[in-house]
Structures are given as structure tokens and as C-alpha cells.
Design a protein around this ligand. Structure first.
Ligand code: 0PR
Length: 365
């Protein structure tokens, strides 16, 4: 630490010099996060000091968390869903599996999941000592439900489906998985961290939520397509009190029990997430999602014109291509199979797509 503090001007010029090193969002085509919506920033700043880890001190902020859960539960066809605000998809996935393990005690528990799951499931299985039974994808880059069923046995505590895969933007056949989960009496966790804020707003939504009997828990991240500030994830449960199975005693807090993974939890992004939902409403979210899907389709069509084939026909706004190079200064990502991957987030405007296509064409010329 410095022995004497800096002058404020000096401090902030130091901070801004480092902020300038960050990549301009205009060039970020690889991220599942985006620039927060202005109302999210305003709400976030209002609730900066709040801590949901001791909700008795912040009852108003705790109400906003309950409202966020209710809004998303309703969006996912279950107004009375339980749940809480997490730090994002990783925590939601860990907690969903922790819950399945607690409520389905087995000596050697395993979970069955698609090859395409986010790497947070590896972390979760390591932490929770769960055997990971990975199902190879079909040619359509979705998990074949029958192959998943074959891997379920008496030690399976949870089946996992992904609604909007990280790499290729695919939605697994959740309706079929829900039937299989119900037949085998195992939990079905749907990782809709990305797709949860896209699919309900598509012109033709794909069933993935609590409308399907058999779906036990859903992870959804407002800090991705929900345009909230970071960190904002939500874990939803079908039974309102399900999470109580994870309670531990917190004797000196304003609440005497806690089922969350984190202790101190920021209220600011919760206010930010709720602010976006209430400001935009369904019609506003539909407009945002329509714009992202239009850009995705334009990108795919434009790349085809340049002779580059898409690697998948995505269900959500993630475009992937069979090619090995991309022009600077664009920040793209590469899937584990070596496909170019671009996520058409709300900050990716149509003029950026055109500029990228032009640079791509020039590079290959
Ligand atoms: N589930 C799915 C389907 C995801 O895509 C992700 C993250 C998670 C869970 C985990 O969510 P958290 O990172 O919120 O815990 N998907 C992105 C990815 O790994 C996260 C990301 C976002 C990465 C922005 C980079 C980036 O710039 O690609």
C-alpha cells in the first residue's frame, strides 16, 4: 500500500489510464455479456451499498430480489417459483446440483449432461464429488434425449439440459428430457444462463421452462442478455421452498438461516436486473432480441456470400463458422472444435456486422 494516499485527480487519471487498456465494446464480438442498459446503471448506483447477505438490514432491496424471482418465474410459466439472485451461471449451476444431491441422497451420485455444457459444470462436479456422465451430441449439436436416458441409473441425481449452448447457441430437446426425468424420478436442471433471456422473446419460442412438468430448476443470467450490470444471475426452483434443503445456521445475522453459496451478496445488480425488465417490459425485450436475431441472420448470410459456411443453425444469437482466421481489431472467439464464434449481443450493432463482413472479405480477398 502507498504510505500516503494519492490526490483524487491523480488517482482517477491512473484508473482511467488502465480503463483505456480495455477493449472498446464496439470490437467485442466474443462476449455473452454486454453494455448494461442505462436504467440498470442508474439502479445499480442507487443500491451500491446494499448487501443481500443480511437481508434484514435491507428489506427494500430484499423485496426487489423477490420481485426479480417472481418476474422471471412468471416469464418461465411459474409465478410461484422459488429462487434467489446468484453471481451468475456458474453459481446457479453449482447450487442446482448441490440441491439435487441434497434432495436425492445416493452413495455414488452421478449427473447426466450434454457434451456441450458450460465448463462451470466441471467445477460443480469437482466441488460436489459428482460423477459427470457426458452425452455425445447429435449431428444437430443437441443432446439426443434417448442417449441421455441410457446413461441414467439408480445413482443419477440430476439430468441437465442446456437452453442456449455457450459455443453453438443450440437448445437441447428439453421437452423430451423433462419426460425422461419424470419417468426416472431424477431432477432436471435447465441451464438457460444465456437462452433464458432470449427464448421467451423469440417469434417462435422453444419450450424449455416450468411449463414442462419435470423441469426442477432453471439458471438464467440477467447479466447476459438481460443487460443488467454484473454480477446478476438467478437460480429458480419449481418448489417455492426447495432451497431450504441447503440451509445452514447463521446465528448472528438478521436472518437465522442461509441457503446461498455467497455470504455477502450485492443488491445493486439485482436492482439493475429488475430495472431493465420493468423498463422494457415484454415488448421492449422482444425488440432487443429481434434485433440480435436479425444481426445473427445477416452475419450468417453475409459470411455465406463470402464462401464461409455456418457450423450450426443456431436457436439463439450465437453464430459459428467453418474458418480459421478473423480480421483485427475484431475480438472473436473459437470453439473447442476450431469454429469461429460470434455472439450478436445488444451492443453489437448492424453497422458493426457490416464493418466486420467488409474486413473479413478484404482479409480473404
Ligand atoms: N451457462 C452457460 C450456458 C454459459 O454460457 C455460461 C457463461 C455460464 C453458464 C456461466 O456463467 P457465468 O460466467 O456468469 O458464471 N458463458 C460465457 C462463456 O463462458 C461467459 C462469458 C461472458 C465469457 C463474457 C466471456 C465473456 O467475455 O463464454
Amino acid at each position: 500500500m502507498l504510505s500516503n494516499g494519492l490526490a483524487e485527480d491523480e488517482l482517477f487519471s491512473f484508473l482511467s489510464s488502465h480503463k483505456k487498456e480495455d477493449i472498446d465494446h464496439r470490437y467485442i464480438l466474443s462476449s455473452m455479456c454486454t453494455l448494461p442498459h442505462p436504467v440498470a446503471i442508474r439502479a445499480h448506483c442507487m443500491f451500491m451499498e446494499t448487501n443481500l447477505g443480511d437481508p434484514g438490514l435491507f428489506p427494500g432491496t430484499a423485496t426487489l430480489e423477490r420481485l426479480l424471482v417472481e418476474r422471471l418465474g412468471t416469464l418461465f410459466h411459474h409465478k410461484n417459483a422459488g429462487g434467489y439472485a446468484t453471481s451468475g451461471g456458474t453459481e446457479s449451476n453449482i447450487q442446482a446440483l448441490r440441491l439435487a444431491k441434497a434432495l436425492r441422497p445416493r452413495t455414488c451420485p452421478n449427473i447426466v449432461l450434454p457434451e456441450s455444457v458450460h465448463f462451470s459444470f466441471k467445477k460443480a462436479c469437482e466441488l460436489l464429488c459428482l460423477e459427470m456422465r457426458s452425452v455425445p451430441l447429435g449431428a444437430d449439436r443437441r443432446m439426443p434425449a434417448d442417449k441421455a436416458a441410457e446413461l441414467i441409473d439408480e445413482n443419477t441425481v440430476c439430468l441437465v439440459g442446456v437452453a442456449g449452448t455457450t459455443e453453438y447457441g443450440m437448445v437441447d430437446p428439453i421437452a423430451d428430457l423433462a419426460k425422461i426425468a419424470a419417468q426416472h424420478d431424477v431432477f432436471l436442471h435447465v441451464d438457460a444462463a444465456f437462452g433464458g433471456m432470449v427464448i421467451p422473446f423469440l417469434s417462435r419460442p422453444i419450450p424449455f421452462d416450468f411449463s414442462l412438468e419435470g423441469v426442477t430448476t432453471i439458471a438464467v443470467d440477467p447479466h447476459k442478455m438481460g443487460m443488467s450490470t454484473i454480477p446478476a444471475g438467478v437460480l429458480l426452483t419449481r418448489e417455492p421452498d426447495m432451497l431450504d434443503a441447503l440451509n445452514i445456521d447463521t446465528p448472528y445475522l438478521t436472518v437465522k438461516k442461509e441457503y446461498t453459496l455467497a455470504g455477502t451478496r450485492p443488491g445493486a445488480p439485482v436492482a439493475g436486473a429488475l430495472a431493465v425488465l420493468d423498463y422494457l417490459g415484454v415488448s421492449g425485450m422482444k425488440a432487443v432480441v429481434a434485433g440480435c436475431m436479425k444481426n445473427t441472420e445477416r452475419l450468417i448470410a453475409g459470411m455465406k456470400t463470402l464462401g464461409i459456411e455456418p457450423a450450426a443453425t443456431p436457436d439463439v444469437n450465437v453464430a459459428t463458422f467453418a474458418c480459421t482466421r478473423a480480421p483485427a481489431p475484431w475480438k472473436v472467439s473459437w470453439t473447442r472444435n476450431g469454429h469461429l464464434r460470434i455472439v450478436c449481443m445488444p451492443h453489437v450493432r448492424s453497422d458493426s456486422i457490416e464493418a466486420f463482413l467488409k474486413d473479413f472479405g478484404d482479409m480473404h480477398a
